[in-house]
Design a protein around this ligand. Structure first.
Ligand code: EPS
Length: 384
């Protein structure tokens, strides 16, 4: 699987071209739009989300609700573009009254991007560095989820920490966890923590500040054997971490016990192997479903750290790149907290990586061929 995406935050539209899906996969536009809708939600978002109602327009690769096995093109319109037609025009002269941006925001791509690409107006950097583009990966992930569904693989995400507030009491079953996260405005399955997280976002907003946090992605139903230990670039843990770290504002990824494993003795980290007469079982899941870069049949569990958004309404010190004078950083309309949205992006990115590894494992050009290969592989696994 591979994709190319394009589009500026306030340009006419975002585009993604996805290549590598098998043919004959039933695809629902509603399921793609549902993921886009989830990405727009969450307590702490800014005014932009009231302007946009993201939906996808498919212009290639799908016919009568099924994939053709050809590249799939999806477009998400930026409704806000109508307010930016002159300022974001592909051709013609700059408007006389154009307000250029010279004061880079600490934490954003602004400073390094302006120097790297020789831009005077920092808008030329921030438009593409914007997390608005996560709508495209979510659309791609929504396709991946529909493939995974065919094989009984479920991917979900929930918020476990926001600033210094931690979820403590989580439901036992995955179904309850999903239901609780879905009913929380911050996607946190602990209702007490959820309330305190909302208060934390209010506090940040009142102070012209922002907050980040940690979300967890869980994959249930992964077969044994996705990814490989054979070459570093085929290791699934590395591929997951790389894809997740490529989401805007993500600063850390841990798998299973993650950093905690480094603080424990080996006997307190690794998951004992049992056999129940039919299959291998584990009495714990410290590995987070991955050993040697290969799925081991347990839930894949990944935790992801998001930094607070770098646009502060009470800005940090910066330098005017035109005059070199000390000035406060520029303010661009933004969110106070986008952690719930980031968890939805992370969920879809993980679905993408798992779908990629599944296609690689099973081969086949059509869904039918993938399913035949899946049945054969499952039969082999059950004989081991
Ligand atoms: C948006 C993500 C954020 C928002 C953006 C829409 O992008 P950034 O990483 O640039 O902060 O700020 O909204 C605006 C730029 C705006 O005009 O309000 C998203 O996820 O859609």
């Amino acid at each position: 699987l591979r994709y190319l995406s394009a589009g500026e935050s306030h340009g006419p539209e975002l585009t993604i071209v996805v290549d590598g899906f098998p043919s004959n996969l039933p695809v629902s536009k509603e399921k793609i739009d549902e993921q886009l809708r989830r990405r727009q939600m969450g307590y702490g978002r800014g005014f932009r989300q009231q302007i946009e109602t993201d939906t996808v327009e498919v212009t290639s690769g799908i016919r009568f609700g099924k994939t053709l096995g050809t590249p799939i093109t999806m477009v998400v319109a930026n409704r806000d573009f109508k307010n930016w037609t002159d300022r974001m025009a592909p051709f013609g002269e700059k408007p006389e009254d154009l307000k250029e941006i010279y004061r880079p925001r600490p934490g954003h791509a602004d400073l390094a991007g302006a120097i790297k690409y020789d831009h005077e107006d920092i808008r030329n950097v921030l438009e593409r560095a914007s997390a608005r583009n996560t709508a495209t990966v979510v659309a791609a992930g929504a396709l991946a989820k529909q493939l995974l569904e065919q094989f009984g693989i479920l991917v979900t995400a929930h918020v476990v920490e926001l600033c210094d507030v931690k979820a403590a009491q989580l439901p036992d079953s995955l179904e309850q966890l999903i239901a609780a996260a879905d009913s929380s405005e911050v996607r946190c399955a602990d209702s007490n923590a959820s309330q305190r997280m909302i208060e934390k976002i209010d506090e940040a907003k009142a102070n012209g500040d922002t907050v980040g946090g940690i979300f967890e992605v869980i994959v249930r139903g992964c077969p044994i054997g996705l990814g490989s230990y054979a070459m570093p670039d085929r290791k699934l843990d590395g591929r997951l971490a790389g894809a997740l770290m490529s989401i805007q504002a993500i600063k850390g990824v841990e798998i299973g016990l993650g950093f905690e494993a480094a603080r424990r003795m080996g006997s307190q980290v690794h998951d004992p192997i049992l056999y129940d007469g039919q299959r291998y079982l584990r009495s714990s899941n410290g590995a987070g479903g991955l050993e040697g870069g290969v799925t081991n049949g347990q839930d894949v569990v990944v935790r992801v750290a998001m930094k607070p958004i770098s646009t502060l309404y009470k800005p940090l010190p910066s330098v005017n790149m035109k005059t070199k004078e000390a000035e406060l950083a520029a303010i661009e309309r933004s969110d106070y907290c986008a952690l719930p949205a980031a968890s939805v992006v992370g969920e879809n990115v993980v679905a993408w990586v798992i779908a990629d590894a599944l296609i690689e494992k099973l081969g086949g050009d059509s869904l039918e061929q993938m399913k035949d290969n899946w049945a054969q592989y499952q039969a082999r696994v059950s004989r081991r």
